[in-house]
Design a protein. Structure first.
Length: 255
């Protein structure tokens, strides 16, 4: 039986305060030596300290593991073992998380000071809180409605999910790139999950990451049915009208 390395000793050095909201921050890595240190430092240097930092590495072959070990005292738990992709690793992290909220950040992204500002607003443990990310643009930012979500996905780096919500669902690993979009459609259609928006920029994300070039035709084919099932018929009809108009445009990327 193969034994894979694990670690994490943050709680011995920076114990969490259960009287305050605890945020589980998850980084999924694979050969991320060029950017991981910057990401880790952006988390470590946050003013809001009541965090649980989890790093799930897909058995990197570069110096990623050495960097993770270097910051062991700031990491609550880390592991390096094979996985079936980003969302498989994220599902494993969800089951390990013990925070009240879960926040996912890419190894090539970094937290900004606004993250601590938003974390200070956390109150209702059943509520999904979200802010904004840089670079800012017309799409993928600001306050979301059902209809806006049917048209455009959200920056995952803008969202703090209630842990209880994700533990009960998990990501659909059939979707290689847009499993987070799929779960957001389901959550936005669930009126029992409050959503609270703050116009605070909390992270900087890398526009050349995995989702910028990988394809997910399976999700694109399923998206209309997901919109209809979770966001309602009115939103579905408006989405189809928008989709049909957009697809008539040359080189449209709308789906």
């Amino acid at each position: 039986m193969t034994t894979y390395p694990t670690g994490g000793s943050r709680e011995q050095h920076y114990p969490s305060d259960r009287a305050k909201p605890l945020v589980s921050i998850v980084i999924v890595t694979l050969n991320a030596e060029a950017c991981l240190r910057t990401c880790l430092l952006s988390i470590i240097n946050q003013q809001y300290k009541n965090i649980e930092l989890l790093v799930f590495d897909g058995l990197s072959t570069d110096s990623t593991l050495e960097i993770i070990k270097e910051y062991d005292t700031h990491i609550s738990y880390w592991q390096s073992r094979p996985d079936q992709g980003i969302y498989d690793a994220m599902n494993k992290a969800i089951q390990k998380a013990s925070g009240d909220w879960i926040y996912f950040i890419g190894a090539d992204d970094k937290l900004l000071s606004g993250f601590s500002e938003l974390a200070a607003q956390l109150k209702n443990r059943n509520t999904l809180y979200y802010g904004m990310c840089e670079p800012l643009g017309i799409l993928f930012t600001g306050k979301y409605s059902r209809y806006k979500l049917s048209k455009y996905g959200m920056n995952q780096q803008a969202l703090l999910y209630p842990t209880a919500v994700l533990k009960g669902k998990g990501y659909d690993t059939r979707y290689r790139v847009y499993a987070d979009y799929a779960i957001n459609i389901e959550i936005w259609g669930n009126e029992s999950i409050p959503k609270k928006y703050y116009p605070i920029v909390i992270a900087e994300y890398n526009m050349t990451g995995f989702s910028s070039y990988a394809k997910d035709e399976f999700f694109k084919a399923d998206k209309p049915s997901l919109v209809r099932k979770h966001l309602g018929w009115l939103t579905y009809i408006r989405y189809l009208y928008k989709r049909n108009r957009e697809l008539r445009k040359p080189e449209s990327t709308f789906f």
